[in-house]
Each structure stands twice: as C-alpha cells, then as structure tokens.
Ligand binder design. Structure first.
Ligand code: AMP
Ligand code: MG
Length: 356
C-alpha cells in the first residue's frame, strides 16, 4: 500500500511533513517533490532503507544516489575535503538544482554511492523537500522517483503510475518547477567536469566560477560514460514505451528538421499504416497539422523559451504512451543553455537519432 499525502507546495502542511518523516525514521521510503523532479527518499545512513529505494525503482546497484541536505552543517556529515571552488558555487546557487561531486565522508554507506569514494550532494529549493529534511535533521538519499529507464516524474501521478505498491508514501504537492533534474558538476576535477546537464545552464555556472567547465560527449548524451567516472550515465534512460525518433540538426535553419519530420511521419503513417505522434514546438507545429488522419501533433513549448520545453519534456514523453502511438518523432533544439539539457535527455530517450 502506498499512502498519498497531499499538501500545498508553498506552505507545507506540518502534519504531512511529520507523517512522512515518521515513515522515513522507521526505515521506509517516501517520494517527495523537489523543484526539479519528484525524488524517492530514504535516510542516507540507513542501508536497509536505501536498499528499498534500489528495489522499488529496479535500479542497478552501481548507479549512485544524490544526497539531499537542508543546511551547510549537514554537508560536513556527508562530504570531506570540500574545495574552495565548491563553496563559490554553493554561496550563489544553493538551495537550487546544482549537485556537486565531493569526497565521501566515511560514514556515508557505499551502497548510496554505488561503491564510489565520492558523493553527489545538493540542497533542494522546494519548500516541501526542505521542510522534510529539516524535520528529520538527517540527509535524505534520493534518486528520481520513477522505474529505472522511464521518464522522470514531474507530478505525484507519474510517481503513482510507476511505483504504486512499491513505496510507503508519496507527498503530492502538484507539478515540479523545472521539470528536469539538477545539473551535476564534478568540482574535484581541474577543470571541473559537467557530469550531467540540468536545470541550471552550464554557462551560468561557468560565470560564477570564472573558469571553463569541461563538457564530455557523455554529458551531451552522445556516448555512454566511463563506468568508473559516472556509473549512472550508462543505462537506458528517460524512455517512453513508444519508440522515439529524434531529428536533430547542427544548422540553425529549422526547415531541414521540418522536412525530415514531415517525410518520416508520412512514410510511417501512409506507407506503413502506423499511428504517428509528432512532438513539435509552438513555432513549427502548424507545419505538421492536417498532413494525415494517422498523425497526431503535440506542442512541447516555444523554442524561444527553453525553460518551457524543459518543463514540459517528461510529461510529454509520458503522454506518448497514453496516446498509444506506434511511433513518435520529436524535433531537436539548439544545444545552448537549457538546450544542452534537453538534448541530453532526448538523445538518451530516443531509440533512433537522425541528423540532418
Ligand atoms: P537521479 O537522481 O535518478 O537522476 O540519479 C542521480 C544521478 O547522480 C546518477 O544517475 C548519477 O549519474 C549521479 N551521481 C550520483 N553520485 C555520483 C557520483 N559519486 N559520481 C558521479 N555521478 C554521481
Ligand atoms: Mg533518474
């Protein structure tokens, strides 16, 4: 049985927070909203509870979790030898969607870090997440609250659809704000390395640091990461059940993408008699309407507001399965700012990538 606890996102109901804290203190697992996506939490120092997180998500044991804290004193309980560069980012960007890779405090179970001697830590900005960690006085280890490989959950309904009966409770506080996960920076390396693009654009983080951040191919979603470097990045990720085709272009000329999407969708709809879903932007959607009765078009948001596309991304990927399309085709965006984050998720989610 999974209990659903409802609260207002801005002024968390103290009774709800207390009930969730009680479940966690008794060794249970609770899904809760953060400003990025919903997380599935367990007390970081309780190995049995942490192992329930892996079980509930069907997550491979070498894919580490992010530790969520609510104060700087908690940081010292989970990490050691914190470099000055880390504090420079912490001062400006915490609480918020920035995760830092730091040296593991020996008291953090290796189960949490997938066997690594580093930890991933962040201080979330969502009032519900902060209240819960404060109430506990103990950091929470939490990956996204979805079955491994599926799109991350941005509502409690998404969590329920994936994890009903597999977790003790979910706190429902409505939709999350950014809709994509935190940006992960390995601040121990020189220069710092982007492990995963996220809700904070890497360009903004570079400005605060005053140095360039290395962006490996795996952070762009082009290759899989070296296991020893970032175990989490090597698995199938963010995928709807509907096979997804990503059409991307390095040219800023959108007509290349539009023509390829049109051609592909007509081929599947008319020649192969498939139900096709096209995921387009507000700027391009009119190009695909009325092409065929077998083509359904969805709007993911404006190319001039990548925050909007990021926020709609996982909900749109999940909706493809509800529409029971045979195949989905999605347009790529430019890899700048949040565009890097969106393209990382889409490249990992896609079954087939086409460059035009
Ligand atoms: P999730 O919250 O589900 O997106 O999962 C957390 C992600 O954080 C994992 O997929 C890892 O890629 C990343 N992560 C956690 N700990 C580490 C670490 N010590 N080193 C590198 N990446 C990490
Ligand atoms: Mg995840």
């Amino acid at each position: 049985m999974t209990i659903i606890l409802r609260t207002n996102p801005l002024e968390p109901d103290l009774e709800v927070i207390k009930q969730a804290a009680k479940i966690l203190l008794e060794g249970g697992v609770v899904a809760f909203p953060t400003e990025t996506v919903y997380g599935l939490g367990a007390l970081v120092f309780n190995e049995k509870a942490v192992s329930k997180v892996f079980w509930a998500k069907k997550r491979p044991p070498d894919n580490p979790l992010i530790i969520h804290i609510s104060s700087i004193s908690m940081l010292d309980e989970v990490a050691v030898d914190i470099p000055e560069e880390a504090y420079r980012l912490i001062r400006v960007l915490w609480p918020g969607p920035l995760t830092l890779i730091l040296r593991r405090h020996p008291q953090v179970p290796k189960l949490v870090t997938g066997g690594l001697d580093t930890v991933a830590v962040r201080m979330p900005a969502h009032p519900v997440a902060i209240s819960l960690i404060k109430e506990l006085g103990i950091p929470i280890a939490a990956p996204s609250a979805n079955i491994a490989g599926r799109p991350s959950p941005t509502t409690a309904e998404h969590v329920i659809r994936d994890l009903q009966g597999r977790i003790d409770a979910v706190i429902d506080a409505g939709e999350t704000i950014y809709g994509v996960e935190s940006t992960i920076i390995d601040i121990l390396s020189k220069p710092p390395v982007l492990m995963r693009p996220g809700a904070y654009p890497v360009e903004e983080i570079e400005k605060i640091l005053g140095t360039k951040i290395e962006i490996p191919d795996f952070a762009r979603g082009l290759t899989e990461a070296n296991t020893a470097l970032a175990p989490g990045v090597k698995y199938r990720h963010y995928s709807p059940e509907t096979p997804l085709i990503l059409v991307e272009s390095s040219s800023s000329d959108l007509s290349k993408i539009i023509n390829a999407v049109k051609e592909l969708s007509m081929k599947y709809a008319e020649n192969e008699n498939k139900k096709v879903c096209i995921v387009a932007s507000s700027e391009t959607i009119s190009m695909y309407e009325f092409m065929s009765m077998k083509i359904h078009v969805l709007n993911i948001g404006s190319r001039n507001n990548l925050f909007e596309i990021a926020r709609n991304l996982f909900r749109t990927l999940r909706s493809l399965d509800e529409l029971s399309c045979d195949i989905a085709i999605i347009e790529g965006v430019e890899e700048k700012g949040l565009g890097l984050t969106i393209m990382n998720r889409l490249r990992k989610a896609a079954k087939l990538k086409i460059r035009v």
